[in-house]
Write a protein of this length. Sequence first.
Lengths: 326, 456
Amino acid sequence: MWGFIARKLIYNVPVYLGIILIVMLALRVQDPVLPQLSKNPSPAEIASVRENLGLDRPFVIQYLDLLKNVVTFNFEEESWTQGGKSVGEMLKDSIPMSLAITVPTLGLSAIIGVCIALVAAYFRGRAVDKILMIFAVLGMSISYLVYIIFGQFFGAFLPRQAFGGENWPFEINGYGALFLGEGASPMNWVSYYMLPVIIGLIVSLGYDTRFYRAVMVEESTRDYITTALAKGAGKRKVIFVHMLKNAMIPIITRVMATLPFLITGAVLMEIYFNIPGMGFQLINALRALDFPVIQGFVAVLAAMFILTVIATDVLYALVDPRVRLS
Amino acid sequence: MIKRMAKSRAWRKFFRNKMALVATSLIGVYALIFVAIVGVQITDATGLTDVGSREGLKLRVMPPKWPGFLEAPDVDRRYDSLDWQIGNLDRLFKKDLNALDDPAGELGSVSLAERKLAELPIDELRALLDETNDRFDTLNEVFGVLEEVEDEIYFLPDSLAEAQEAGDSELVAELEAQLVSFKAERDEINTRVDEGLASVEASLEDLMPMPTGLDGLVYSFRTMFGSDVLGQSISVRAFYSIKIAFQVGLVVATLSVLIGTLLGAMAGFYGGWLDGAVMWLISTLSSIPYLVLLAVLAVMFSGHQYFDNSAEYPELQLVKLYTAMGLTFWVGTARVIRGEVMKIKELEYVQAATAIGFGRFYIVLKHVIPNTFHIMFINFSLLFIGAIKSEVILSFLGLGVSGQPSWGTMISNSKDDLSNYFFWEVGAASFLMFVLVLAFNIVSDALQDAFDPKHV
């Protein structure tokens, strides 16, 4: 197994180098110096700012420098727009906020999605199944942005107007520290993060339910189900015990495959609800052409992505003995 | 080829699916609207009406933020719009119209699309405007009285509470009687306000009659979903967005399916270093979170003279979206096609073609790629939806279309209107988008069922 992991890691080195290369090249289409200067800068001013930012060096040197920083876990480089905050600090501040939204969303949507899919598979072809699937398709067809806009309106704005701000748990927007920092309290999760979680849950349920149902339906045509039914096991027992156990493999794969998107998954949610998580910071940095932040965040994200993909492969082989690590 | 396709079992299965047929015809309706708008723009056929042309989009058709059909505007909005319209007319008639070079053009400047000033001599129009102004003054007086009464009703409960505390039962009774009478008076004044508004609206209608006939039809189409913050027609803009959506969807889906198929098929068929290179590109691009990659690629164009915010070449703005999405979306198609081609290349007919002595590239083009058509179809419809949805998201992030309406800009521009309980703009845009995406979802499901029933 260790050989497999090592091989995967080595295979992914060029991929990782490619990611950083593509992002750095795409960024350098824009000139980040001009937004940092006054209106009519002299050539000398431009040159001095360029030198300060380290952009006068050849591209290869800049590339290697970033790689060196990533390999040595050195994220001390300062953001250009956030008043001297280092990239590492920004990562430390924003990751928990993103996770506070995405982890509950992922967990709940997997659990609820599997439950609904089981119900749909149990009533396969009957009215219940059809209605559930119609809802899933309808839900998938609504834009994510519309969910967020109307979710905030009906989940926070309207009830706060109706019952008064103190009597409603959800804030319209904003953020609060959960465990560390000023005014930290786990109760902040309810007021700031719970509504985004609910909205995200509704969005992802449409996709998840359909996928899980397809898995169940596929599983229900297998021979072992026929055998179990022929032996006289009850339909309920066959579905909830035999089938669910075997359907766990694709379910786990899917959950694992969504893990890397946890970090950026809620970009729109964070921007709309004004929560400075990773997606929010990354998009803001992109708008302001804040190169160190963009490059640092992308480097971290891509590394996490590659590691989870490898972990998924390994886990897949551990869960399913039919898959060989080769 | 079409004949052969129509005979195949999979297509017959697809055409038996009634939902899929309904969805396909819905997409057809959208496609017709798209073709019509493009036709109007290419031929510049704006003689009949300017619905569908770029100029028609910016036309002021109504007072700002006027609600659409079925919703009656509230008193405040009716009053504001009267105030706005009468103000416009006043400003026009303050000028010495007979002395102007172009009185007709000047008179046309207050028109709301098809709703133009009545064709009467200027003196008669002026008399009508005076009449309207008189009625408006009366209405203002009624509003003044209403305000006083409402003040009394607002403050009386306080004095009442004071009197109750003091135990002055006589005063309490008197105040209670007063409150009741004030409330009755308020109801009476409210009916007068309604009458006043109706009378001003009626005389304004004499001045600017509602269009009839074909113009009336066009005007009621324009006013169907109300107006946005600049008084532009929401329905015209929402339907115009179909053009942007189809343009983005068609170009992006075609581009990514073509790139994906070509690269995927080559990688799968040739193997070796080509496969390695394509797989490297695929893994690299898919390891950057999709939204981040999309945003990074869109940022490349921001601030560009022609590709960003250029009013001169509005079509060029979309190049940004095509590039960003085209470079992001081909990855999924390539991966699927590569897998399929690796299966196909072991089949007998490919071996037969090799044995006959056809070139490898010829075999890929002639024998391998045609056998992945079903994957291309499914991917095309999925990518079409993906492009429309991503356009909305990019527009929300400020990286999408600007200066011309699209569902994304409409939704993100009107998100704050919700707190004023104004749903028409966001509602119209999201409804039209929802129907199209739903239709495509149903069609791609049906395609999946017909061609690839084992797919999970």
